[in-house]
Each structure stands twice: as structure tokens, then as C-alpha cells.
Design a protein around this ligand. Sequence first.
Ligand code: G3H
Ligand code: 13P
Ligand code: ZN
Length: 333
Amino acid sequence: MVNYKDLGLVNTREMFAKAVDGGYAIPAFNFNNMEQLQAIIKACAETKSPVILQVSSGARKYANQTLLRYMAEGAVEYAKELGWEHPQICLHLDHGDTFELCKSCVDFGFSSVMIDGSSLPYEENIALTRKVVEYAHQFDVTVEAELGVLAGVEDDVVAEESHYTKPEEVIDFATRTGCDSLAISIGTSHGAYKFKPEQCTRDPQTGKLVPPPLAFDVLEEIEKKLPGFPIVLHGSSSVPQEYVDIINSHGGNLPDAVGIPEDQLRKAAKSAVCKINIDSDSRLAFTAAVRKVLAEKPGEFDPRKYCGPARDEMTKLYKHKIIEVLGSDGKAE
Ligand code: G3H
Ligand code: 13P
Ligand code: ZN
């Protein structure tokens, strides 16, 4: 049994309380490799932003969970080395789907876990979430739950359509599960294709797809039912067009990729939404930089020469999100 507190990590309780009061959101960035982690920590150290490092089941399979946990421990020391005196870093399991997986993360030094029972019938979601909460809280590990279904891929769970969270269920769900935060569905989804072209309109000037707005009315209803309760938005990448263009003009093929416009996320961050999940944008930044270097220098074969620029591009992206979208800069001095 490893306690996250011995690793210099923090849970989400205090971060979320401050974010809800302060009208900003904590970035939750996924990581799968060293370059992503370096970029996240550098961006957060330079902006003094609290951060949630997310590990998905896919990341555990790709990078090995032991290695990832030690990397997160190393991240705390790296942050200090960069001059961040009191790093506020949470290590979080993203989309945990079983009690056993959540338990193993709690036992292994994670400071927060998500139990995603959103694809289960309501009562089963409550029972599973409650079981995880009862275990995790013994060790002061915080628990995120999910109610409502996001369209797209959630690790191994694929949903064709989204089902918005029902505001009339949230009080009962939060009370009976004892969860610390709640992921809701208001129109976001995972990946780089968040909307089908037929769900969008086209900007007459640029011809680019303009996605439909998020369901802020549903969010407001939920806030009214659970005042001050931390709300989480998954699937919140914006799919920056400049990365899509670089990828497509350097041998890639991402037709009609579309994300959540940043003004929508800015608006959400000022509300009870206090955790915003971003993964796909980092993948796009990484891929765009790698494709560009390899296309321009076909003789290059030193991975540092293309992973280095990818890391720089991700650092730029994370800082942009922190300062211009979430407003979490300067909140962890
Ligand atoms: O929720 C999805 C995250 O972006 C993680 O994706 O399962 O491919 O690691 P992944
Ligand atoms: P994106 O695919 O929009 O980056 O969402 C990531 C996410 O929600 C991770 O849980
Ligand atoms: Zn997610």
C-alpha cells in the first residue's frame, strides 16, 4: 500500500473547492509518455497552475502502470526543480470501469479515481460508485463519478449517441454515492470527431464546420440542484484547426475533425465546472509537430529531433489552455 501523500501528490478536494469559488477550472491532462508529462509539468510550473494528471486504462496498457506512477512521483520533484515551490499535482485514474481497477490505483498511490458507471443502469451505477467511494475515502482518495452518456469512445466503452445528464437525478445520485465530483453529459464527446458534419453548420467565409452549442441549460439546472458541487466535463478538446491543417498538409488525413469551441469552454470554466478533460488536443499537437519535422527533414532519425519539437508544441498548448481557457494560472503558487 502506497499513500499518495508520501509521494507529494494531492487529492482534488481543495483544488475543486477553490476552483468553484474562484470561477475557474482545473486542467485534467492525460499522459502516456515522458514528453507529454514533461510538457504538462513545465506548463503548470511556469503558470503556477494546479493540475490533474490523468491515466486511462489505455495508458496503463501502453506505458505500464508502475512506470506511470513513478513518473508522476518524479513529476512532483521535476516541478520543484523548475522552481514551483508548492506543486499541486493530483494523480487520477481516468474512466475506471471496475471496483478492482479503482482499488488497485488507490493502493498504488493514486490520489483520485474515476469510476465510470455511466453505461450501467442507474441503480447499478450508484451501487458501483458507492462501493468505490467507501473504499477510496478510507485513504482520503477522492472519487469522480459519471451520470449521462457521452457519445464516442470512452476507453473500451463506445456509445453511438449521447444522453444528456438528467438534472432530476443528480441530487439522489450525489447523495447516495457520496462521490466528490460528477462528470456530466451536455454535448461534449471524446476524440477529434465530436460532431458529424450533418450536426454542424458551415462558416460561409471559411467553409469550416461550426459545431452546435453545448447544453448550458442542462448545466444550469444541475448547478441549481447541487449548488457548489464540483462538476466535470470530459471530451473538452477544441481540435485546433491549425494542427489539423498541419497534419493534413504533411501526409495526414483527418477530414472534418471538429471539437468544442474555446469560448464555450471559457463559459463552462466560470460555472460549477471545475475540471476540464483534455487529451485529443495534446495528441494533435504532438502529431502535427512530428509530421512537420519528418516531412521537412526526411533524413532525420533521432527521435529527440522530432519528439523535442512535439514537447515544445504541447507545452505551448497546455499554457494556452491554462491561461486563455481555464483561468487556473496563478492558483497554486
Ligand atoms: O477518455 C478518453 C481519453 O482520451 C483516454 O483515451 O483510452 O485512448 O487512452 P485512451
Ligand atoms: P478529449 O478527447 O476531448 O480530449 O477528451 C479527453 C477526456 O475526456 C479524457 O477523459
Ligand atoms: Zn473522458
